[in-house]
Design a protein around this ligand. Structure first.
Ligand SMILES: [Zn+2]
Length: 71
């Protein structure tokens, strides 16, 4: 048998938490990855939610702008 390097299963490693820039364990054991904790993940989700609410409501006002009697 030749030397074979069995592919390492998902190897946990430390990454930087995007929310608090602290150390976060990037592994299947951390359901909040790449965040370090549920709190940090919640912070990000909160930002996302507010971002959604900030979407401009671009309702076309054609009927208001165009005068049907113009033609
Ligand atoms: Zn964090």
């Amino acid at each position: 048998m030749s030397e074979s390097n069995p592919p390492e299963a998902f190897k946990p490693r430390k990454v930087r938490c995007p929310a608090c820039t602290g150390q976060s364990l990037y592994s299947s054991a951390n359901p909040y990855r790449p965040f370090c904790s549920a709190r940090c993940k919640g912070v990000d989700l909160g930002a996302w939610a507010s971002e959604e609410f900030k979407l401009p409501d671009e309702t076309p006002l054609d009927e208001d702008f165009g005068d049907p009697r113009q033609q």
